[in-house]
Each structure stands twice: as structure tokens, then as C-alpha cells.
Write a protein that binds this ligand. Structure first.
Ligand SMILES: C[S@@+](CC[C@H](N)C(=O)[O-])C[C@H]1O[C@@H](n2cnc3c(N)ncnc32)[C@H](O)[C@@H]1O
Length: 266
């Protein structure tokens, strides 16, 4: 059976994975995750209910907030991911196609989220800076930007492992190509293969390319784009926020930032 190869850019790989995405990530508990992230934001001054969810995908990262009465705008590079978000939110959220490397100003938001390693698809520092500028562009004066990145532990485990899951649409095969000793700042790949049965088996494969960003690179990038980091957390699969971040023990690093003050800009 020949395998059709999808181009490795984020748009193509998410157009490919879109029908399978929710099944593949069914174990990601956003009530639990956001239930820990939001109080952390509130302790840092988060108030208001205007949310911009950057790289919102199928809507998993904004639906719990939509259900709690937040006014939600979501954007993503992939129309097929957004179509699923649209189906779930049924007109209650404003959804826009946008590349986070060149985000327009959609408004002034109390909270700008970018969740579940979307930032790691930005494989250059230039793209990271462009993304941070876009987050800042959309922040209300007292708003908070909150995003996560994968840690070294994630690249040394999930991105170095093979996982096979079945769903009604077919078989999903995640094949991490990273090595268990992946070093800081590495760019790594994993193939996501779908074997579907459309009256004869079809096999398609896409390469997910991500870069590990070192915490210092993130902090320097925030500062260069006019943002001040107000907290860094690490957490494992239980989503319990801990400090300090430990790249060898936590699967995700979470950063929270706000506009720099006039003093910090000098
Ligand atoms: C792992 S998914 C996370 C989706 C959602 N935030 C969640 O938590 O379920 C990553 C998302 O990032 C989006 N993405 C990747 N690169 C992007 C870019 N340059 N601009 C906008 N979206 C991008 C993908 O289309 C995908 O929906």
C-alpha cells in the first residue's frame, strides 16, 4: 500500500490531522487544565471575560471558557480545524483564519491564550518574536498572555515514541523520530500516519516538526517584543502547576506575560 505524503508545514499537517484530532487527543482534559491555568492568571491580576484563543484548533482550548460566559474570539491557520471549532461553538464564538506569525489586531483582550504546544510549531526565533508581537498587539492594557511549550522531557519521551490508536475513521499512528537524549533547542519530527478504509485501504502521512525553545529564549523573546513575563510554571500529565519549572520532570512549561510598564520599556 503506497503512502501519500503531506507537506510538512503547519497548515498542511493540521488540514491532514483535523478529522482525527479530537480522537487523538481525547485524553487531554481541558476542564482540568484550564481549571488550573485560570486561577493562576487570576492571582496575577486577570480580570474581565474577553478571550482571544490563538491557534485554537478544534476549540478544545476555548470551549470551557465559552461555557462559562466568556466572550470568545478564536483563530487558527487551518480552516479544517476551525470548521470543527465552528460546529462545536455553533455561532457563539467569533472564528478567524490567521497565521500567528502575522496576527492582525482582533481587539483588546483580557486573556490571550495559545495552548497545547502551538508555539513549538514556530521553528525559528524570528517566527517566535513575530508571534509574541501578535499576542501583545491583541492584549488589553491590563491583559495577560498565557501559553505553553513542550519541555525537553516531552521531546525525549512522546516525540521519541510510537503510539497507535484506533478510531471510527481509521488507525492513527504517531511515530516520534526524536532521540531520548534530545538536546535543548533541537528541532525534532514525528510522523502522524492515518490508515483509513475508504473501500480499499488508504495511507497518508504528515511530518509534525517542532522546536524546543529554551526558557531563556522565551524570556528574551518576550522582553524584546514589549512583554514582561510575570510567571513561569511547569506541570506534568496531572496539569498541576508547579514552580520552579523543571524540564527533566515537567512535560509542559507555561508562561504568563503582560505589557511591559513604562519603566520596563526604558
Ligand atoms: C496542538 S494544536 C492545539 C489546538 C488548541 N489550542 C488546543 O489546545 O486544542 C496546534 C494548533 O496550532 C495551529 N497552528 C500551528 N501553526 C500555526 C500558525 N503559524 N498560525 C496559526 N495556527 C497555527 C494548528 O493549526 C493547530 O490547530
Amino acid at each position: 500500500m503506497a503512502t501519500a505524503q503531506v507537506a510538512a508545514d503547519p497548515l498542511s499537517v493540521y488540514e491532514h490531522i483535523a478529522p482525527y484530532y479530537d480522537a487523538f487527543t481525547a485524553h487531554h482534559d481541558y476542564e482540568l487544565w484550564l481549571g488550573n491555568l485560570l486561577p493562576a492568571g487570576e492571582r496575577l491580576g486577570l480580570s474581565g471575560r474577553r478571550l482571544l484563543d490563538v491557534a485554537c484548533g478544534t476549540g478544545k482550548s476555548f470551549l470551557p471558557l465559552l461555557d462559562r460566559g466568556w466572550q470568545v474570539t478564536g483563530c487558527d491557520i487551518s480552516p479544517s480545524m476551525l470548521a470543527q471549532a465552528q460546529a462545536k461553538s455553533q455561532g457563539r464564538a467569533r472564528l478567524e483564519i490567521a497565521d500567528m506569525r502575522s496576527l492582525p489586531c482582533f481587539g483588546a483582550f483580557d486573556l490571550v491564550l495559545c495552548l497545547d504546544d502551538a508555539v513549538n510549531y514556530l521553528v525559528t526565533l524570528e517566527a517566535l518574536l513575530s508571534c509574541f508581537s501578535g499576542l501583545r498587539r491583541n492584549l488589553a492594557p491590563n491583559g495577560l498572555a498565557l501559553f505553553d511549550v513542550n519541555t525537553l522531557l516531552t521531546y525525549r519521551t512522546f516525540f521519541a515514541e510510537t503510539h497507535i490508536q484506533e478510531c471510527p475513521l481509521g488507525r492513527m499512528i504517531w511515530h516520534g523520530q526524536a532521540c531520548p537524549a534530545t538536546g535543548p533547542g533541537s528541532t525534532v519530527e514525528a510522523t502522524f500516519e492515518i490508515v483509513s478504509d475508504n473501500g480499499g485501504q488508504e495511507r497518508t502521512s504528515a511530518v509534525h516538526r517542532q522546536r524546543h525553545f529554551q526558557p531563556e529564549e522565551i524570556l528574551a523573546g518576550l522582553e524584546r517584543t514589549g512583554l514582561a513575563c510575570v510567571a513561569v510554571f511547569g506541570h506534568g500529565l496531572d496539569a498541576r502547576l508547579e514552580q520552579p519549572l523543571d524540564e527533566a520532570r515537567h512535560t509542559k512549561a507555561v508562561f504568563i506575560a503582560r505589557h511591559q510598564s513604562a519603566d520596563e520599556r526604558r
